[in-house]
Design a protein around this ligand. Structure first.
Ligand code: 4NP
Length: 154
């Protein structure tokens, strides 16, 4: 059975859709079948497509994410996914507060999967400029490569 991964940020319109896209691209390149989704801890953007700057950076890197729609993470996600990966430490704390007593999901921080960057946040690009989204893409792509390798191994 294929493994499943859920990425979680605050709004589910910038960082986690890009992490979802990066891992999907990474897994497709090696023919690895993984269920990949993303969600936000907040509900402000539920049902909305990704931020235009996220759409643009994904398109520049060969991925179309226009079909994605934001949703809020729920306690049942902890039963549905093998891995839940938080984009920053606040997301991780919010997920810990939501986590049911017997979760199936292993919870981790995205940068804990990148050598030398454990414990770091993927900075929120929402209030910055276009270049912040290029940095986000670079960061989630680097993490996605490592995550794909451990998914392949396990
Ligand atoms: P994300 O970015 O968590 O990477 O999707 C944000 C999107 C929206 C807001 C904050 C961060 N907001 O405050 O509406």
């Amino acid at each position: 059975m294929s493994q499943s991964v859920l990425f979680v940020c605050l709004g589910n319109i910038c960082r986690s859709p890009l992490a979802e896209a990066a891992l999907r691209q990474e897994c497709a390149e090696v023919g690895l079948n993984v269920v990949i989704d993303s969600a936000g801890t907040g509900d402000w953007h539920v049902q909305q497509p990704p931020d235009e700057r996220a759409l643009a950076v994904a398109a520049r890197n060969g991925v179309d994410i226009a079909h994605l729609r934001a949703r809020q993470v729920t306690a049942s996600d902890f039963h549905d996914f093998d891995h839940i990966i938080a984009l920053d430490n606040q997301n991780l704390r919010d997920l810990l507060a939501l986590r049911p007593t017997r979760p199936r999901s292993k919870l981790s921080l995205l940068f804990d999967h990148v050598e030398g960057r454990a414990g770091e946040d993927v900075a929120d690009p929402y209030y910055g400029g276009e270049e912040g989204f290029d940095q986000t893409w670079a960061e989630v792509t680097e993490a996605a490569r490592t995550i794909r390798k451990w998914l392949e191994a396990g």
